[in-house]
Design a protein around this ligand. Structure first.
Ligand code: ADQ
Length: 490
């Protein structure tokens, strides 16, 4: 069996018990690598005065972790700069927050070269290479320059932006061209894939073929949607663990008979937290009789604190929480509990299970795993209701959720009212359908479908397929989210 080499910006040591506070992606990659005798390479999170390229190798839970230190300037330009201040906001449709700074671009290129320098000597002829996320788009190009001929796949964990926005990026062509050094490019949903097709066909003068191949810049690659899932079985199991039960009991006790609405997000402007708080405020104002019977628990650990926008959103949310609590609270009730720290996965499962409503309302999100975790943690006899933004990739699969437009306060208010009043029979019916999807399209299915597609590259190289499929017009282009009609996503 081929070895699988995964590369991502950061590497999180996988825990065997799955009860730590690591995110879904870390667990997914950890499991994939164990099965494939894999190596997982990334930045150590540490800096060094001068880049040495020295790898720290560690074996944990059957996986070989290889990490490398970066220089302070690398972190500023590549990570805080190009990844978090340029690509992240742009790919989440926030050109108002996007920084276009040449030094960020050159730091990004330099770090991708550095990753390639340390990775290339580790690669054996049979290895499959799987690169993750927007930090590392040019990595395949740098590996190819060093003579690497292995199948290389890329998976984008965030949305692909509409062509009209992507062209605001200086050197956007070079960025997209470097994607064509991969053999396989994966997105979470058809919507992001369509947006990619749109760029290829209309901006790069390329062709989208009927069988999923895409041709541009003199190269042909495969591009497909691979919707990520969670380790659903594991998550449902830890929801039944002693720690989860204790966490559930603690929440139920402190709720004092009130219905809890829960939000769990990294503190990021893409997650729509301010809009969510405004929508909840609207719900409180619209429904004075319900006010003291509910509360919102928002869990939002800060991230990327070196970036100014993240400091600002934190301040704005604190002010907003204070204002809403000031206006509506009484001596024995506050409408919002706002918590800024991370939880263990088993504690989180207990919190999800205690919540009557899961409120997942990003303004734009590649997939969103919290929506799936909320569903997997529910009590089958008495499940809660998922309210989900139509702009999360997850809305494409989770159609039995209450789908909302997170920009509309009225929409959020109505959905909260509907969710809180939903009869048990309807809650169970919706939950069963959602849970079926979460179990079926889990992380194992995601990982296997990507690795199978990458393996197929070796078995049927693209050159042999030349001329077999006719070009087609891309299916459809992603609609403008703000002006799209409400309701279920098409
Ligand atoms: P994220 O933007 O991080 O991921 P998401 O998919 O929701 O978003 O995953 C967040 C993970 O962090 C979840 O597993 C959640 O449980 C965990 N988490 C959040 N708050 C936590 C807390 N307070 N304590 C402990 N854990 C917490 C990116 C993309 C998404 C895409 C994923 C995977 O932005 O769109 O779904 O990658 O591809």
């Amino acid at each position: 069996m081929s070895r699988l080499i995964c590369v991502s910006n950061r590497v999180t040591p996988p825990s065997t018990k799955g009860a730590g506070s690591q995110g879904g992606l870390a667990l997914a990659l950890g499991a994939a690598l164990r099965q494939y005798r894999g190596i997982w390479l990334g930045w150590s999170g540490h800096t060094t005065p001068e880049f040495t390229g020295q790898l720290t190798i560690q074996r944990t839970a059957g996986v070989t972790l290889a990490t490398v230190d970066l220089e302070e300037q690398d972190v500023q330009e590549y990570y805080n700069g190009y990844a978090n201040m340029t690509l992240w906001p742009l790919f989440h449709h926030r050109i108002d927050l996007t920084a276009y700074d040449r030094s960020f671009g050159s730091g990004y290129e330099r770090v991708n070269r550095r990753f390639a320098e340390v990775l290339a000597p580790l690669i054996e002829p049979d290895d499959l290479i799987w690169v993750h996320d927007y930090h590392l788009i040019p990595l395949a190009r740098e590996l190819r320059k060093r003579g690497v001929k292995n199948p290389i796949g890329f998976f984008l964990h965030i949305p692909w932006p509409a062509r009209q926005l992507l062209v605001t990026l200086p050197r956007h062509r070079q960025l997209v061209e470097s994607l064509f050094e991969y053999d396989l490019v994966g997105f979470h949903t058809d919507e992001w894939l369509d947006a990619f097709h749109g760029y290829v066909a209309k901006e790069a003068g390329g062709q989208v073929l009927a069988d999923g191949r895409v041709r541009a810049f003199g190269r042909t690659i495969r591009a497909r949607a691979f919707p990520i899932g969670i380790d659903a079985e594991d998550f449902a199991a830890i929801a039944g663990s002693t720690t989860a039960k204790r966490s559930w009991e603690r929440m139920i006790k402190s709720a004092q008979g009130r219905a809890m609405i829960v939000g769990v997000d990294r503190l990021d402007y893409s997650k729509g937290l301010e809009e969510r708080f405004h929508g909840y405020e609207r719900f409180l104002a619209d429904n004075p009789d319900l006010q003291k019977h509910v509360f919102l628990l928002q869990i939002a650990p800060p991230t990327r604190e070196d970036v100014e926008e993240y400091q600002e959103i934190r301040q704005r949310l604190e002010a907003l929480t204070g204002r809403i609590n000031g206006v509506f609270s009484d001596v024995d009730w506050a409408p919002i509990r706002y918590v800024n720290h991370a939880f263990r996965r088993d504690e989180l499962a207990g919190v999800y299970r205690a919540a009557r409503v899961g409120l997942v309302t990003p303004l734009r999100d590649g997939m969103n795993l919290v929506a799936k975790e909320y569903v997997a943690a529910q009590d089958p006899e008495d499940p809660g209701v998922l309210i989900l933004s139509r702009f999360a990739g997850a809305a494409r699969q989770m159609r039995e959720a209450l789908i909302v437009n997170p920009y509309s306060q009225e929409d959020l208010s109505d959905a909260l009212k509907q969710g809180l009043a939903m009869p048990l029979e309807e809650r169970v019916a919706r939950w069963r359908a959602l849970m079926g999807g979460v179990m079926r399209d889990d992380v194992v299915a995601w990982r296997n479908s990507f690795v199978d597609a990458l393996t197929a590259v070796r078995e049927a190289p693209l050159e042999e397929l030349e001329g077999l499929a006719a070009p087609v017009e891309p299916r459809s282009f992603a609609p403008d989210p703000a002006s799209a009609a409400l309701g279920l996503p098409s």
